[in-house]
Ligand binder design. Structure first.
Ligand code: FAD
Ligand code: NA
Length: 389
């Protein structure tokens, strides 16, 4: 194929760019991905024994208040009416999350109204009033008081970071939302739902165009294929959505990430936990949460005698691990600024997406940011036959 544009990475960012360039500009686009499947971290597939759709890289819930993104994604899929809710299992009891009036009343064995609950939390948070917390532990206590912090946040955070919260910077949490109502809807965006026939069908429809060719198992930096960096740099406009530090051979040092390990199991019961996500905030359980995928699609005809669960573990990423969440230390931020300068200087290459910008992006944010990059940088340049700024 005679390519007009190369997109590195077939996640939502890369596919949005490819779709727009092919449909809006009539360009031939090649999308390469090093993985054996399309879709980046949003990829999902049917677990073979049960047919239950499993999100391979962790549960993905779609939600947005961005009307432009909502209109755009509805061109490729419709959405179910799924509404996400999370529960948490602490000390042999199950509580609703995020912390709300139901959680508070159950925890304190009380029947407080909103004002009484507010006053109680204010009093408990008063333990560290007027201080400037330097670590996450003190910050947590100052935000919601010691009892709720120690029950629901402290060990959960320790497990997420494999670090005692006393040794984590206060900046890891900006706020801990407490709702003084019984509303335990997890997201409060205008639109929410799951793709009716799954994430992969949606992602494949974005690339379903004779002008788009997707090449899997193809690493931009490895081998001598037609679209390897050494063969295309300087010859073809490129949108790169892989890790920005890798692009520059870690010249400014490696950026740090957290990764997740998933342990999947098929159980011989129709329903394991009665809900899609259960958090485990206690110290004596090694995982952070359990996903049960059948509950994402109660409308589907899934087997009634089997279910699929996935335990999630969290840790710092080592070289070779999948990068999931930016750690964002002061050192990382400095390195990122240096990489941004390098990226600006890179002729005819644009850096985008989660890995290319070292930023956690929800799906709607990745799509929204790709639509903006297309409008502001890609379309004007390619229409004029110019290179990317
Ligand atoms: P990615 O999806 O990471 O795609 C980048 C692609 O580039 C990958 O396929 C990778 O293989 C490829 N690539 C990298 N290097 C190379 C190379 N050298 N050569 C070729 N290809 C390369 N969002 C939500 O809205 N709701 C959620 O509930 C949600 N849950 C999430 C849970 C987890 C654990 C994670 C990590 C993310 C979650 N997200 C969620 C975010 C969602 O996955 C992102 O929006 C999405 O990943 C961003 O898309 P992207 O295209 O920027 O990156
Ligand atoms: Na550039």
């Amino acid at each position: 194929m005679n390519a007009d544009l190369l997109v590195v990475g077939s996640g939502f960012f890369g596919l949005t760019i490819a779709e727009r360039a092919a449909n809006e500009l009539g360009l031939n686009v090649v999308v390469i991905d090093r993985r054996p499947h399309i879709g980046g971290n949003a990829f999902s597939e049917a677990e073979p024994e049960t047919g239950i759709e499993v999100h391979r890289y962790g549960a993905h819930l779609f939600h947005t208040s961005n009307e432009r993104v909502w209109e755009y994604v509805n061109r490729f899929t419709s959405f179910t009416g799924y509404v996400h809710r999370v529960y948490t299992r602490h000390d042999g009891e199950v509580f609703p999350m995020p912390i709300n009036l139901g959680t508070i009343n159950q925890f304190f064995r009380a029947a407080y109204g909103p004002e009484e609950a507010r006053a109680l939390i204010r009093e408990q948070a008063g333990e560290l009033a007027g201080t400037d917390p330097q670590n996450l532990n003190d910050k947590g206590i100052q935000l919601i008081g010691r009892p709720l912090y120690e029950a629901f946040i402290k060990h959960y955070t320790a497990k997420q970071w494999q670090t005692d919260p006393k040794d984590l910077p206060a900046s890891v949490i900006a706020r801990l939302p407490v709702r003084y109502t019984y509303d335990n809807r997890y997201f409060n965006d205008t639109h929410e739902g799951l793709p009716v026939d799954g994430y992969t069908a949606w992602l494949e429809r974005m690339a379903d165009n004779p002008r788009i060719e997707v090449r899997l198992d193809t690493d931009f930096f490895a081998g001598d294929h037609d679209f390897a960096s050494k063969n295309v740099l300087g010859r073809l406009p490129i949108v790169y959505t892989g890790p920005v530090d890798r692009y520059f051979d870690y010249a400014e040092g490696a950026l740090s990430w957290r990764t997740l390990d998933f342990e999947e199991e098929v159980l011989p019961v129709g329903d394991f936990q009665g809900t899609s996500v259960m958090n485990y905030p206690d110290e004596d359980v090694p995982f952070t949460r359990i996903h049960e995928f059948r509950h994402f699609h109660p409308e589907r005809d899934y087997p009634t005698d089997k279910t699929v669960i996935m335990r999630e573990f969290s840790r710092f990423a080592e070289p070779g691990d999948e990068p999931y969440y930016p750690v964002n230390t002061a050192e990382d931020r400095e390195r990122l600024l240096a990489y941004r300068d390098l990226a600006h200087g890179e002729r005819n290459v644009l850096f985008g997406g989660r890995l290319g910008t070292y930023k956690y992006l929800d799906m709607h944010m990745a799509i929204g940011s790709a639509l903006s990059m297309f409008d502001n940088k890609i379309a004007p340049a390619l229409r004029a036959g110019a290179s990317f700024e």
